[in-house]
Write a protein that binds this ligand. Structure first.
Ligand code: ATP
Ligand SMILES: Nc1ccn([C@@H]2O[C@H](COP(=O)(O)O)[C@@H](O)[C@H]2O)c(=O)n1
Ligand code: MG
Length: 207
């Protein structure tokens, strides 16, 4: 191994003095990302960071970006990367954990390239929840969590953004052999069986 390779190995995926493992969790709106992340946290000790949740918390906090973020979410549009990346970085640094599920990010090419450039972190892999729009639409309309974007007009916009901007990101990671695809149309426990098989190498060691 040459000297440059050694430097890269030492510095890559370091954040706030710790070496981190990052898994990007992607899939269409309503594919079940948040639901399965909750299960992964419980069984595999990861910390769940949902980009959407962090942006919604930023609105609530009264931040100067709040109005802009609120407008983007209501329109189903992607918030500029610098805002979302700052929130993700802060959350990872603040956490005592070193294993993170980053849910709903990167959502477009700008998100992907900016995260890589700013943090120098590459994901261990990308978990992709694959589900038909018809099923996702049914789930979102039945979610009942009071989200401002769970209405049919915004849902259709979010599907369009997913196909046009987010699927290319999944294709990018696919070309690097980093995508682990899950059939997310099945019932929740069956989807988790597939997830469990993928996360087995990350199971906490029994002493
Ligand atoms: N496999 C499943 N079968 C049926 N319903 C599901 C399944 N997975 C999740 N759900 C339900 O679908 C709704 C959306 O799930 P969830 O919030 O996990 O999706 P999401 O991918 O995080 O969506 P978003 O991108 O909008 O945040 C929730 O009401 C959840 O209970
Ligand atoms: N990388 C991201 C992630 C989300 N958003 C905005 O938040 C909305 C809700 O996201 P969920 O993952 O909770 O569905 C999304 O539609 C975007 O408006 C974003 O801008 N960038
Ligand atoms: Mg979610």
């Amino acid at each position: 191994m040459d000297a440059l390779a050694v430097v890269a190995e030492v510095t890559e995926n370091m954040l706030g003095g710790k070496k981190v493992t990052v898994v990007f969790v992607l899939g269409g709106p309503g594919s079940g990302k948040g639901t399965q992340c909750t299960n992964i946290v419980e069984h595999f000790g990861f910390t769940h960071l949902s980009a959407g949740d962090l942006l919604r918390a930023e609105i609530k906090s009264g931040s100067e970006n709040g109005t802009m973020i609120d407008t983007m979410i209501k329109e189903g549009k992607i918030v500029p990367s610098e805002v979302t990346i700052k929130l993700l970085q802060e959350a990872m640094i603040k956490s005592e954990n070193d294993k993170f599920l980053i849910d709903g990010f990167p959502r477009n090419e700008e998100n992907r390239a900016a995260f890589e450039n700013v943090t120098k972190i590459s994901p261990a892999f990308v978990l992709f929840f694959d589900c038909a729009e018809e099923e996702m639409e049914k789930r979102l309309l039945g979610r009942n969590q009071g989200r401002v974007d769970d209405n049919i007009e915004t849902i259709r916009k979010r599907f369009k953004v997913f196909v046009e901007s987010s699927l290319p990101v999944i294709e990018y990671y696919s070309s690097k052999d980093k995508v682990k695809k899950i059939d997310a149309a099945k019932p929740i426990p069956e989807v988790f069986e597939g997830v469990k098989a993928i996360f087995a190498p990350y199971a906490p060691k029994v002493k």
